[in-house]
Design a protein around this ligand. Structure first.
Ligand code: ADP
Length: 634
């Protein structure tokens, strides 16, 4: 059989690995043991329905160092690999995107890229000059052997193997002055590495270790007899086998959670928050170990992303990503659930209708929600980060299904506050409202900086009222869905009448509006259907013009919807508002009496300016620029 090349991506990764971007070479053992444990999990699961597949002496992972041949063998009696699997699993990288990640994060030197992207097996080449894998898949007669020196590809040949499972034989590199590899052949070192990284693996990790034993004293021993020792070889189990989630919380160090999380869920950053809970209830009993990541995974916003938790039934892994355990709005949560209530030999289809599973899901959702609320209260900084990273899904969740879940999610929501200059909850806004403020004001735009400059906010600000900044596309739709907070309605600063004036001011404004009605009508007409009306503004203080809207569709929503492929052509009912306190107003009045053609030109310019302020596209930028220049040259 000719040598096969590694797939291009794998080859590059391999080079990276050999030239070790990762300095802690010792983690290769953790990676190989973790693979072995996964393989045993799989066989264990299959044996639940086919007991003939269970190994006679029980499941185990065995380490055998041999100093003479400089080999370290890691043997498991797991599911094994077929010829194709050897070729496909060990010849390519399991998860794409790893190299992409590396490219984007070149600065991040010491990240655990190995654990993160399921390239665990390759880490063997950090310590081995040659790797042999002998494997026989469960139920197969023929075993196969995979051989590689790393860089230049691999070879697969037929092999003989008595039992099912996989044996990985590492030929450990020669030590040099800089690097000591010999320790990976020493029993005590290996045993301490197992304790350090793989203690919770649920199957015994065994090794035969030399053990000095005193020889019995001979009966005819002389008086000055010195006890003699002999070395016996004894089988030892190196790990405690208690899965982390079954240990008591108080016995677990933060580093242990972090190690467990980063390794098992392929993240290179520690979790932002850990939820470790044990629930014994009438409807459901389970242990759950949940993690909120610091950052969304690289595929979080693609359709490839799949939510879900690992599901264990009495300690046996039965599903890697059980979607039904998490609602969409908590899709960012990673982790696992272990329940004694679930039947072991349950099929996926039955699982979907399983009452226990539903009860667990409901209970978990409550738990996640209450933990988030607790964080919001006790550790605002952390919660704000989580909100910034994952809040979008929660908002979408509140909006989806005609708002069916909105009340559950309302308290989790935060928006940026103009007054506080940070994210606050709706309740906090409501509680800080001064006497006399009738509405909760919000402003929508593409960024905080842009909303800060919106002229429509002037009058609201002058009153000292806070404004919530809505910067995500979905925000305004969510606010509409929520309708009100504790009796106070949400109101856009760009909304029809803001009702901020006193009775006297209102009367005066009405009079002024009536006096200037003919002029406004002419202006409206000249805009030829682009606006529904031209009006005197009650919300501007220093700025000359702005656009507002009437009806449910706001200008920001028009922008959002028009950016969607199947929604183009929707249009908000726009109102052009003029500030009567601005000198331009007097100019307009004068032109109305003296030069109506010029009034029409000015109207068109003011309208275009209002569009620009809104960040809306303008119809004819060149014409706009020419008109302005003409005026400048006058
Ligand atoms: P990951 O374990 O993250 O998927 P690896 O590169 O470590 O990535 O392993 C690739 C694949 O090779 C595994 O997903 C598994 O299917 C297979 N594999 C590795 N080691 C073993 C083993 N000891 N027994 C059976 N299959 C294995």
């Amino acid at each position: 059989m000719a040598k096969q090349e590694f797939q291009a991506e794998s080859k590059r990764l391999l080079d990276m690995m050999i030239n070790s971007i990762y300095t802690h070479k010792e983690i290769f053992l953790r990676e190989l043991i973790s693979n072995a444990s996964d393989a045993v999990d799989k066989r264990h699961f299959r044996a639940l329905t086919d007991s003939s597949l269970a190994p006679e002496g029980g499941y185990e992972i065995r380490l055998s160092p041999d100093q003479e041949t400089r080999t370290l063998t890691i043997k498991d009696n797991g599911i094994g690999m077929t010829r194709d699997e050897l070729e496909n699993n060990l010849g390519v990288i399991a998860q794409s995107g790893s190299l992409q990640f590396k490219k984007e994060n070149d600065a991040v030197e010491d990240v655990d890229i190995i654990g993160q992207f399921g390239v665990g097996f390759y880490s063997a080449f950090m310590v081995a000059s040659h790797v042999t894998v002998i494997s026989r898949a469960c139920g197969e007669e023929q075993a196969y052997r995979w051989d590689s020196d790393g860089a230049d590809g691999f070879e697969i040949t037929e092999a003989v193997k008595d039992d099912y499972g996989t044996e990985i034989i590492l030929t450990i590199k020669e030590s040099s002055e800089e690097e000591n590899y010999d320790e990976f052949l020493q029993g005590y070192k290996l045993s301490s590495l197992v304790k350090k990284y793989s203690d919770y693996i649920r199957y015994p990790i065994r090794m035969t270790l030399p053990h000095p034993v005193m020889k019995p004293k001979p009966e005819d021993a002389p008086e000055d007899y010195q006890p003699e020792y002999e070395t016996v070889y004894e089988d030892q189990t190196l790990n405690s086998m208690v899965p982390l989630w079954k240990k008591a919380k108080k016995d677990i160090k933060d580093e242990e959670y972090t190690q467990f999380y980063t390794e098992k869920f392929f993240d290179y950053m520690p979790p932002a928050h850990v939820i470790h809970t044990k629930t014994e209830g009438l409807s459901a009993s389970y242990n759950a170990l949940l993690f909120i990541p610091q950052k969304p995974p690289y595929d979080y916003y693609t359709k490839d992303f799949k939510k879900g938790l690992q599901l264990y039934a009495s300690g046996v892994l039965i599903m890697d990503k059980c979607e039904d355990l998490l609602p969409d709005y908590f899709a960012f949560v990673r982790g696992l659930v272990d329940s004694p209530d679930l039947s072991l030999n349950i099929s996926r289809e039955i699982l979907q209708h399983d009452r226990q599973l539903k009860a667990i899901a409901i209970s978990l959702e409550k738990k996640i929600r209450s933990e988030l609320l607790k964080l919001q209260k006790d550790d605002r900084e952390k919660y704000t980060e989580i909100w910034k990273n994952f809040g979008l899904r929660i908002k979408v969740g509140a909006y989806a299904n005609y708002g069916a879940d909105k009340e559950k999610l309302r308290d989790l929501m935060m928006f940026y506050s103009a007054n506080e200059k940070k994210y606050i909850t709706l309740k906090e806004y409501r509680e800080a409202m001064p006497e006399g403020q009738e509405n909760i004001f919000y402003a929508a735009g593409s960024s905080i900086e842009k909303i800060d400059k919106l002229p429509q906010a002037e009058m609201v600000r002058k009153h000292g009222y806070d404004i919530l900044y809505l910067t995500d596309d979905v925000d305004e739709f969510v606010i509409l869905q929520l309708e009100e907070e504790d009796g106070k309605k949400f109101r856009s600063i760009a909304d029809g009448d803001l009702d901020l004036s006193t009775e006297d001011e209102k009367k005066e404004a009405e009079q002024k509006a009536a006096d200037n009605r003919p002029m406004f009508d002419l202006m409206k007409e000249s805009l030829d259907g682009k606006v529904k009306d031209v009006r005197l503004s009650s919300r501007l203080v220093n700025n000359p013009v702005c656009l507002t809207s009437e009806g449910t569709l706001s200008i920001e929503m028009e922008k959002v919807l028009n950016a969607m492929p199947d929604q183009q052509g929707v249009s908000a009912e726009k109102i052009l508002e003029i500030n009567s306190a601005h000198p331009i107003f007097d100019t307009l009045c004068k032109l109305y009496n003296e030069d109506q053609d010029k009034l029409k030109l000015y109207t068109s310019l003011l309208y275009t300016q209002a569009l620009l302020i809104e960040g809306m596209p303008i119809d004819d930028p060149a014409a706009f620029s020419n008109e302005i220049c003409k005026l400048m040259a006058e």
